[in-house]
Design a protein around this ligand. Structure first.
Ligand code: G6P
Length: 474
C-alpha cells in the first residue's frame, strides 16, 4: 500500500526486444521522470505502451517492474498490461487523435472531426483504459493516500477513482492547453460532460498556465449542475468541490547544466562547430508534432533568407525534429511536409560551401544539449502548447546567451515573455522579422536577457512542481 501514487500513460521506463528475444529497458526522460527522481516513496502506475512493455509487465511480479530487477530510479513502478486493441483505441484514437486535437485546436474543420461509430468504440476503450488505472490505483493506495493523475489520457480516472475510494486525495494535472468553450463544444455533448466530470472527480485540477485554467473553468460553466466560482477558482459538482490551480513546470537548472558538461555533449559540440564553422546558429528542437509548427518555422527562415541576403553564408538553421506518434498517418504526412520544405530551402539557397539548413530526425539527447549550448537563436513557435520545455531548457544550457523567439501561444510565454521575442505563430513574416532582430541583438543584451530567461525557467523545477501538486491536496 502506498501513501503517494502517480499515474500517467507513459512511465519512466520502456522496453524493446533484442534480436535474441531479451527485453532491453530504456529509462525515459522528461519532466515527470526527473520530478519523481528522489521524490520519496512513490508508486508510479503507467501503461504498457508496446508489445515488449506488455511482455515485461506480464513477467514482472504483479506488474511491478522495479521488483523484476529493472532500474526505475527510486520509484516503484506498476506497468498495466492493458489489451493491445484497447490501448490502441484509447491512446491513438481517443487521446491523441481527439483530445490532443481539441485542446491544441488542430482540426481542419471543414472535414473533421467526425464522431461516428468508430469514435464511439474509441471512447469505450478510453473508458476501459481509465477504469484499469482507477482499479490499480484503488487497490494500491493506502487509506487517505495522495494520488497525482497526469494528463489528457486519464481525464476520466479521477472520478472513477473517487467512486471506488472516496477516502483518497486526488489531483489531476493537464500538461496540454485546455480548449476554450467554443472549441471544446466540438466534442459530442455527453463526451464533453464526461471529461469535465472526470477531472472534477479530483480535489485539485492543475494546469501549466493561467490561460488553460481559465479555459477549463469556462468549459465547466457549460456543464449542467456545475457551480463555478471564478474568483475562488473552484467548481462545485456532484456534491464535491474541486480547486483549480496553476503550476508552471520549469527545469532543474543544476542537473541540466551538469548533464550538459559531460564528455558526450562536449564531443557533439565540437563536431557541430566543425560542421557549421563560425556561422550564426538558429536552433529548433521538437518532436515532429503537428502543434509544433515546424513547417511555418521553416517558411519564416526562408523569408529571412529572401528578405535579407546579407545573411547568406553567415547563418545555419539547425532543425532537430524527432519522430513522434508515427502510428498516426497525419503525423507521417506532417513529417513528409517538414522534409519536403527543408529540401526546397536547401535547393533554393544552398551552395558548395554553405549549408543553410541541417535537419536531423534521429533522437540524440546529448546532441540536443550541444545544440542548446551553441545556439545564437532558439526558435520555439508552436501553434499552441501547454508549456514547452525547450524554451526553458535552451536558455539554461546556452554558453554565451541565446535569443529566444517564442510563440505567444505557448504556456511558456507567460513565464518567459518579457525577455523573449514573442510572435504570433501563424504570422510567418513577423516570425522572420523576429529571427532577423534576434540575429542582430548585441551580444551583451542577448546574454543579459538569456540570464533572466534561465532564472525564470528554473523557478519551479520538477521536484518542486510535484511537491506543489501534492501540497495542494492538504
Ligand atoms: C506531451 C504530453 C505527454 C506525452 C508527450 C509525448 O508532452 O503532454 O503526456 O507523454 O507529449 O507524447 P507521447 O505520445 O509520445 O507520450
Amino acid at each position: 500500500m502506498s501513501r503517494v501514487l502517480v499515474a500517467s500513460n507513459r512511465g519512466p521506463v520502456s522496453f524493446s526486444t533484442a534480436d535474441d528475444g531479451t527485453l532491453v529497458p530504456r529509462r525515459g526522460g522528461g519532466g515527470l521522470v526527473s520530478g519523481l527522481t528522489g521524490a520519496g516513496e512513490v508508486l508510479w502506475v503507467c501503461a504498457a505502451l508496446s508489445e515488449a512493455d506488455r511482455t515485461a509487465a506480464r513477467k514482472a511480479p504483479d506488474g511491478r517492474i522495479d521488483q523484476a530487477g529493472h532500474d526505475t530510479g527510486d520509484a516503484a513502478v506498476r506497468m498495466l498490461d492493458i489489451p493491445a486493441a484497447t490501448f490502441e483505441r484509447a491512446y491513438n484514437g481517443m487521446a491523441n487523435s481527439t483530445l490532443w486535437f481539441v485542446h491544441h485546436m488542430l482540426y481542419d474543420l471543414p472535414g473533421e472531426p467526425c464522431f461516428d461509430a468508430r469514435a464511439r468504440r474509441d471512447r469505450q476503450s478510453y473508458e476501459a483504459y481509465n477504469a484499469a488505472f482507477a482499479d490499480a490505483l484503488a487497490r494500491d493506495a493506502a487509506p487517505g493516500a495522495k494520488v497525482a493523475v497526469q494528463d489528457y489520457h486519464l481525464a476520466l480516472a479521477p472520478a472513477m477513482l473517487r467512486e471506488r475510494r472516496p477516502d483518497l486525495r486526488i489531483a489531476h494535472f493537464s500538461h496540454t492547453p485546455w480548449a476554450p468553450p467554443d472549441y471544446f463544444r466540438l466534442l459530442p455533448d455527453d463526451l464533453g460532460a464526461a471529461l469535465l466530470a472526470g477531472v472534477l472527480g479530483a480535489d485539485h485540477a492543475g494546469f501549466l498556465a493561467e490561460r488553460w485554467a481559465s479555459a477549463f473553468l469556462a468549459c465547466c460553466e457549460l456543464l449542467p449542475g456545475a457551480r463555478v466560482d471564478h474568483a475562488a477558482r473552484t467548481v462545485r459538482y456532484a456534491g464535491h468541490v474541486t480547486h483549480v490551480g496553476v503550476h508552471g513546470l520549469g527545469v532543474d537548472g543544476p542537473a541540466l547544466r551538469s548533464r550538459a558538461s559531460e564528455p558526450d555533449v562536449l564531443a557533439r559540440e565540437t563536431a557541430l562547430r566543425d560542421r557549421v564553422g563560425d556561422r550564426r546558429l538558429i536552433v529548433r528542437i521538437d518532436r515532429t508534432e503537428l502543434s509544433k509548427n515546424i513547417v511555418r518555422g521553416l517558411a519564416a527562415y526562408r523569408e529571412l533568407l529572401t528578405d535579407h541576403p546579407e545573411w547568406h553564408g553567415r547563418v545555419t538553421h539547425l532543425v532537430f525534429a524527432y519522430p513522434s506518434r508515427t502510428d498516426l498517418a497525419v503525423y507521417r504526412a506532417y513529417t513528409d511536409a517538414v522534409l519536403r520544405t527543408a529540401a526546397d530551402i536547401r535547393a533554393e539557397f544552398g551552395t558548395a560551401d554553405w549549408e543553410p539548413l541541417i535537419v536531423e530526425v534521429n533522437d540524440d539527447y546529448p546532441r540536443s544539449l550541444a545544440a542548446y549550448a551553441l545556439a545564437d537563436v532558439l526558435l520555439v513557435n508552436p501553434v499552441r502548447d501547454g508549456m514547452n520545455l525547450v524554451a526553458k531548457e535552451g536558455p539554461v544550457v546556452s554558453r554565451d546567451g541565446c535569443a529566444l523567439v517564442l510563440s505567444r501561444e505557448a504556456g511558456a510565454a507567460a513565464d518567459l515573455g518579457e525577455d523573449a521575442l514573442t510572435v504570433n505563430p501563424f504570422d510567418v513574416s513577423q516570425t522572420a522579422a523576429a529571427l532577423h532582430r534576434a540575429l542582430l541583438m548585441p551580444a551583451d543584451v542577448r546574454a543579459a536577457r538569456c540570464a533572466r530567461l534561465a532564472e525564470r525557467a528554473t523557478a519551479l523545477p520538477p521536484r518542486a512542481w510535484l511537491a506543489a501538486q501534492l501540497a495542494a491536496l492538504d
